[in-house]
Design a protein around this ligand. Structure first.
Ligand code: AMP
Ligand code: GLY
Length: 426
């Protein structure tokens, strides 16, 4: 079967790597892809927003499955349009993508179906929001309702910070994403990302991971899309996974089906493991980036039949095997990120790093230029290593990072610190 993968990040290189290894995959196309995905298949120039163009391409190339990486096209309804044209597509419909596209939608679903999450209130005007803050006091979490590229959450430690965030959002600081806001209770606990494959009715647990959102060592500095990750997350024991499936994931699927918008695709739950048990922070409707880069290397089974089964509604017949090894990825970013990254600097030594045992290098914002790889984005490379423990994977990943010669880039030097500390303390 020919497969088209949509996207161009490190997540898509990891997916392209897994999909191209499947005996079921004849040709893999990636639109638009990056120099890393070009090693797994054929990059194609297609306007992702032009669904007609994608449909025509799929018909011409006899594409049997489309896999959508990022959330943008999902929220725009790419799955609805492709499926209506008779093209099998892995991912949620526009209606089901509301789980990521609207925080208020998800909070209402949680309230209706008893899914544990932070207490919350919704507001569409600043005065009512500020009155709520005055009544409840700090700390509080202020969130823009719509997609804000990871910048829509303000952790307000004081009433002044909460009010400033409300003013910023309602005065258009985040564009239309801030026309409506959600104010939440600030939950205390350890965070974990958990991924489940869904076919509308059934959910199959994938694996857990921990991301590192802040740009600087010791979890300091501004938020980013993620500076590194590891899998599995130690806090997600088998017992905790069972609770998350029973208390959060399955009720969400049941609720979405009851509402007439069954969820198919990858459900990515951002969780807070609190003293009262697991609580949902938020949903994403796709694989995480960089979490996907640590999930794919641990997956021993063929990914493609699982994606097809999720699309076809027969996931109950699928069983996936995972490596017991830990995987850890270090994101190498261009200087300036998460502000304006400096583009165009030359990166050497990628092949050397990728040639190390148990190491993979996934590209994100790279570009091939005159026979060299240059930086072309904020997050540029993912250096992934597998090990018997997170400590071992961390050591191998940083040894490989050190083989990359890129004066224009930087990375955090402490990815995995929580798990490494836990492993040291036994
Ligand atoms: P989100 O974009 O909703 O995932 O939020 C980004 C980050 O803000 C999360 O990864 C958490 O670290 C933090 N966060 C969001 N909501 C809460 C909450 N209600 N309580 C504590 N931390 C939160
Ligand atoms: N790494 C977080 C995300 O993909 O949303």
């Amino acid at each position: 079967m020919n497969i088209l993968l949509i996207g161009s990040g490190g997540r898509e290189h990891a997916l392209a790597w897994a999909i191209s290894a499947s005996p079921l995959c004849d040709r893999l196309f990636i639109a638009p892809g990056n120099p890393g995905t070009a090693q797994c298949g054929d990059n194609v120039v297609l306007d992702i927003a032009d669904h007609e163009a994608i449909i025509n391409f799929c018909k011409l190339q006899r594409v049997g499955l489309v896999v959508v990486g990022p959330e943008g096209p999902l929220v725009e309804g790419i799955v609805d349009d492709l499926e209506a044209a008779g093209i099998k597509t892995f991912g949620p419909s526009r209606a089901a993508a509301q789980l990521e596209g609207s925080k208020a939608f998800t909070k209402e679903l949680c309230a209706e179906f008893g899914i544990p999450t932070a207490a919350f209130a919704r507001f569409d005007d600043p005065d009512a929001a500020k009155a709520y803050v005055a009544q409840h006091g700090a700390p509080l979490v202020i969130k823009a309702d719509g997609l804000a590229a990871g910048k829509g959450v303000v952790m307000a430690e004081t009433i002044e910070q909460a009010n400033a965030a409300i003013t910023m959002m309602f005065s258009g600081g985040l564009g239309t994403a801030g026309e409506e806001i959600v104010i939440e209770e600030w939950m205390i606990g350890e965070e974990a990302s958990f991924f489940a494959l869904c076919d509308g009715l059934h959910a199959l647990p994938l694996a857990s991971a921990q991301d590192h959102k802040r740009v600087g060592d010791g979890d300091t500095g501004p938020n980013t899309g993620g500076m590194g990750a590891y899998s599995p997350a130690p806090v997600m024991t088998k017992a905790m996974e069972a609770r998350v499936m029973a208390e959060i994931i399955q009720p969400t699927l049941d609720g979405m089906a009851r509402r007439g918008s069954p969820f198919k695709g990858v459900l990515f739950a951002g969780l807070m493991i609190t003293a009262d048990g697991p609580k949902l922070i938020e949903y994403n409707v796709r694989f995480g980036d960089p979490e996907c880069e640590v999930l794919m290397p641990r997956l021993k089974s063929d990914l493609v039949p699982a994606l097809l089964a999720a699309r076809d509604g027969v996931l109950n017949a699928v069983d996936l095997r995972w490596s017991d090894d830990a995987a850890l990825t270090v994101v190498m970013a261009a200087k300036g990120y998460p502000g304006t990254p400096e583009n165009g600097s030359v990166i050497k030594g990628i092949d050397k790093a990728a040639g190390e045992k148990d190491v993979l290098v996934f590209h994100a914002g790279t570009q091939a230029k005159d026979g060299e790889i240059v930086a072309n984005g904020g997050r540029v490379l993912n250096v992934v290593a597998l090990g018997k423990s997170v400590s071992e994977a961390q050591a191998k990943a940083y040894a490989a990072v050190d083989l990359i010669d890129w004066p224009g880039g930087f990375c955090r030097r402490d990815i995995g610190w929580q798990a490494v500390k836990r492993e040291r303390e036994g």
